[in-house]
Design a protein around this ligand. Structure first.
Ligand SMILES: Cc1cc2nc3c(=O)[nH]c(=O)nc-3n(C[C@H](O)[C@H](O)[C@H](O)COP(=O)(O)O)c2cc1C
Ligand code: SF4
Length: 475
């Protein structure tokens, strides 16, 4: 590990020094305030949230081959309920079609009536987890994240990409591409999103997230500069598919909340260079850059907020009031999407202090909030801050940089961290996520995801040794 981890700071003053070495405006509060910003309620989009924690969606690669939850899936959702967060942002990505699964064990929409029962059961597990920690399940706001994995579809184990447009930098990394999906194929897919939203509503979900992040299909449409036809080229055309899906879900499902998780900016793909360090290899050959969204076309190592802010305006016009902000993709720039001390097995050593990645998330949220104060934004990337995440979160909430604090990996290792923070209980440092990335490495190697180092349920599983061997090889 080349960079000092925040977990090594002995107090918040030391953390502050580390943050400010990244940027003078990157800051934390020195003391956590009982009943302070993290505990404040928020009313947004017709929902009342009793505190500011949100569970980010996280797949487990553990559904049955016909897309139904297994005991492992149910366990994860119950643990989301044990977090004390009131907003369950999608639980995990639910594929709207069989070919849009990112792995053979993803939840997905098939014609089986059991899918509905599975969705009901998952929601009930969240409620049961919430009850276990003494919280009122009536306060939960639970949504379902709808997805098509596009270029990263692996419904039967091998990549079987469906693409919105050719992407030379990604083709250089991943190999041959198929022909882009036709407009008619995209239109038909839009109907699957609507069908999945109807099912979610019938199963009692309060909202659906039209997932538009991480390099998956809808996110890719935003960067379809080189595509012909109504879904490519101009900004209006590139945003058309996302907005169409949102409009159609709205008109088919009155009363259902519609929100979006968006990779609000992106960069040129990274890969391991000399000494395994991540680098945006070949970026000079890809200028002007015409394959991304929120990327500076003249220097694709840099991000650009111009179009992303315009997109937020279009979402606001459609009453999409809640936006979960993410960055980039866990496949081609994981140091940005999920800053970590240790890379996943298909990744690279962090090219810079992972705190820079965390700050990129914070900066993006601040810019969005400043431009659209009436929208509510969920921030991402907090797990790398480890035991100090509430100190930074409290600062960002108090200064108006973000509205809600989303947690991903931390909830796999220590689901009760938010409720412990809210209750002012001692933090169990042994369960703090140290960003070993095993939960990403496992699925990249065909195994279920889970916190193998810290969650005894996975640590004692037969796969644990081979997964930690993959990490040792990379470290
Ligand atoms: C195992 C795993 C599965 C994930 N699955 C999803 C997913 O289904 N949908 C999604 O939008 N993000 C997914 N993510 C990304 C997380 O929601 C989150 O953005 C990321 O982990 C960064 O937040 P953190 O620093 O709190 O972990 C996943 C992350 C991990 C580690
Ligand atoms: S495997 Fe556990 S410790 Fe490692 S990143 Fe995932 S949740 Fe964190």
């Amino acid at each position: 590990m080349r960079f000092k981890s925040p977990g090594r700071c002995r107090d918040a003053e030391r953390l502050r020094e580390m943050l400010q070495a990244v940027d003078p405006s990157f800051d934390c509060e020195l003391k956590l305030e009982a009943g302070g910003p993290l505990a404040q309620p928020l009313e947004v989009g017709g929902f009342r949230l009793a505190n500011r924690f949100v569970t980010h969606p996280m797949e487990g690669w553990d559904a049955s081959p016909d897309g139904l939850p297994t005991a492992d899936t149910l366990r994860r959702w119950r643990r989301f309920g044990r977090s004390g967060a009131k907003l369950i942002w999608g639980g995990e990505a639910f594929a709207v079609s069989e070919d849009g699964r990112a792995n053979p064990n993803q939840l997905y929409l098939n014609d089986d009536a059991a899918v509905m029962a599975g969705l009901v059961q998952l929601r009930a597990e969240v409620g049961a987890g919430h009850t276990e920690i003494g919280e009122d399940p009536g306060e939960l706001v639970i949504g379902l994240q709808l997805t098509h994995s596009g270029r990263f579809s692996r419904p039967h184990g091998q990549f079987a990409p469906k693409i919105a447009h050719s992407h030379p930098p990604l083709a250089a990394k991943y190999g041959a591409e198929p022909e882009p999906m036709t407009d008619a194929e995209l239109d038909a897919l839009g109907e699957r999103f609507v069908a999945a939203a109807r099912l979610a509503q019938e199963a009692g979900y309060a909202f659906v997230d039209v997932k538009c992040c991480h390099g998956y299909l809808l996110h890719e449409t935003l960067g379809a500069h080189t595509r012909e036809g109504v879904y490519g080229g101009s900004f209006e055309n590139r945003t058309r598919f996302l907005l169409r899906v949102i409009d159609e879900v709205r008109s088919a499902c009155p009363g259902l909340g519609v929100v979006a998780r968006v990779s609000i900016v992106d960069t040129h793909p990274f890969s391991a260079g000399e000494d395994e360090l991540g680098e945006p290899a070949g970026w000079e050959e890809h200028v002007p850059y015409r394959w991304g969204f929120g990327v500076d076309p003249e220097d694709p190592r840099k991000t650009s907020m111009d179009e992303p802010l315009q997109l937020l305006g279009l979402l606001a016009e459609r009453e999409v009031k809640l936006i979960n902000l993410s960055l980039g993709s866990p496949y081609y720039n994981p140091h940005l999407q999920r800053p970590a001390a240790y890379p996943p097995s298909d990744g690279y050593q962090p090219p810079a202090d992972p705190l820079e990645g965390v700050f990129a998330h914070i900066q993006a949220a601040r810019a969005c909030k400043e431009a659209y104060p009436d929208l509510a934004f969920v921030g991402t990337g907090y797990s790398y801050l480890q035991e100090w995440l509430p100190h930074v979160a409290q600062h960002e909430l108090r200064t108006g940089g973000v509205d809600l604090i989303g947690l991903g990996r931390m909830l796999l290792s220590y689901p009760e961290l938010p409720i412990d923070i809210l209750h002012g209980s001692p933090i169990d440092r042994r369960r703090i996520c140290r960003t070993f990335s095993d939960c990403t490495t496992a699925p990249r190697n065909g195994q279920k995801s889970g916190c193998y180092p810290l969650d005894p349920y996975y640590r004692e599983s037969p796969e644990a040794e081979s997964i930690s061997a993959l990490r040792r090889r990379r470290s």
